[in-house]
Design a protein around this ligand. Structure first.
Ligand code: ADP
Ligand code: MG
Length: 409
């Protein structure tokens, strides 16, 4: 589902109040009855509220649901996007919305601008956007899925990512600068660089490789394992090497800098799946991160390190001997509680939200999930059903949900 900011300019403050009313009602109503929307919007009832409701429904920010005991509305992902965007605009974090540069399985990445003109990244978490294939094995989520749960889970993912990015940034790690978080979105600095995945040649693979391994170890020394440390989540910035700086003027273009004077600086992104070094499966996650880099360097750059490891035992030893600040604990204290972490982790596991899809062993071109859904309806729901894979029981679930969806069209 794409963020479509076109209509935001035409919404009145009343429309936003009504939208916020639907959001508030969605927390404990699957379908928010119209009188409740009026009440929660804080507007005096009457034609104004109804006009707003029909405006919002027309542009799919809320969706009418007829097929239940009463008529009412539910918030769509688009509606939640607008609420978050509106908040960022009010707080002067975002001035305008530019191009969408990424559509992941669990997020959309959009370039936005600050009023100063500087570009930033808006990351919109979309944890409810789960493929039918993965849902099938976890039918409970299909059955019990609710507006409340995708909204809540996506917000948890954004909160977690923001908290970790902040803690990492404050402790000297090479990550984007976290700027703001609202609902299911975060705003961060734009890194002017390509993911490692898109870099075909590295002058000194060994140097970059050891830097990445050091980064994994350094994270562990601060109590953390990234959990999705791969070529998509490492942006590679090019800088003039400190030793060579006097050879160039400050405005020399990078293209004019000799290859041997360029230093590659990895910037790590994508933190919703980070775990503590005390996590039950810490070793598995740690090894997976390490092996991911190893495999990638071997395949892409034909580089195999002569140094084995690093192993989890080594990482733990470092951590015990010379610990950094416990960022896993700091993050807990910052408001992203252990309980939230558990809820999010369980949800992500159950719906197969496992990073950039490397789990299937396919980090080749084909790994991008085909985006099947076309409109908001499926975006906020279950994804398009895939007949080939649906069992009878799942069919029934889909029937139920498509009946509800009918009402949305
Ligand atoms: P996902 O959880 O969907 O994998 P990511 O945070 O990894 O989302 O972002 C997806 C892609 O968007 C990245 O691979 C990268 O190309 C781009 N991207 C994300 N954050 C930034 C940023 N701060 N600056 C530049 N590009 C970014
Ligand atoms: Mg990613």
């Amino acid at each position: 589902m794409k963020l479509d900011p076109k209509a935001i300019r035409y919404l009145t403050s009343e429309d936003f109040k009504v939208l916020a009313g639907v959001e508030a009602g969605s927390r404990n109503h699957e379908v928010v009855p119209t009188p409740l929307i009026s009440q929660l919007s804080g507007l005096r009832g009457g034609s104004g509220v109804h006009r707003s409701i029909s405006n919002l429904a027309k542009i799919n920010l809320i969706a009418k649901v007829k097929n239940s005991k009463y008529d009412g509305y539910r918030l769509t992902y688009g509606g939640l996007d607008y609420l978050a965007l509106n908040a960022h605009q009010k707080q002067k974090v975002v001035y305008s919305v530019g191009n969408q540069i990424g559509v992941g399985k669990e997020s959309d990445i959009v370039v936005v601008a600050h009023s100063s003109g500087s570009q930033r990244i808006l990351k919109i978490h979309r944890l409810g956007r789960i493929s039918f294939r993965t849902v099938k094995t976890n039918r409970d989520y299909l059955r019990h899925r609710s507006t409340g749960s995708w909204m809540y889970m996506s917000r948890l993912a954004a909160m977690k990512e923001f908290a970790f990015m902040k803690a990492l940034r404050e402790n000297g790690f090479s990550v984007p600068e976290p700027i703001a978080q609202n609902r299911h979105t975060i705003v961060m600095s734009l890194i002017d660089a390509f993911p490692l995945r898109q870099i075909s040649k590295v002058p000194n693979p060994e140097g970059l490789y050891s830097e990445l391994m050091e980064m994994i170890l350094e994270l562990a020394r601060f109590g953390l394992i990234h959990g999705d440390f791969n070529e998509f989540n490492l942006l590679i910035k090019e800088e003039v090497d400190a030793d060579a700086r006097e050879k160039y003027t400050p405005d020399t273009k990078l293209d004019d800098v000799a290859d041997e004077d360029i230093r590659l600086v990895p910037v790590l992104i994508d933190f919703p799946q980070m775990v503590s070094i005390d996590h039950m499966n810490a070793e598995m996650y740690f090894d997976r991160d390490v092996n991911c880099v190893k495999r990638y360097f071997q395949r892409k750059f034909h580089f195999v390190s002569e140094v084995p490891g690093p192993t989890f035992a080594q990482a733990r030893k470092n951590f015990m001997k010379n610990p950094g600040k416990r960022l896993d604990i700091e993050v807990e204290a910052s408001g992203f509680s252990r309980k939230m972490a558990r809820e999010l982790e369980k949800y992500m596991q159950d719906v197969g939200a496992d990073g950039d899809g490397r789990e299937d062993g396919e980090d080749e071109e084909g790994s991008e999930e085909e985006e099947e859904e076309s409109g908001e309806e499926s975006g906020s729901e279950t994804g398009e059903p895939n007949e080939a894979e649906s069992s009878k029981e799942a069919d029934k679930d889909v029937e139920e949900s498509s009946q509800q969806l009918e009402g949305l069209k």
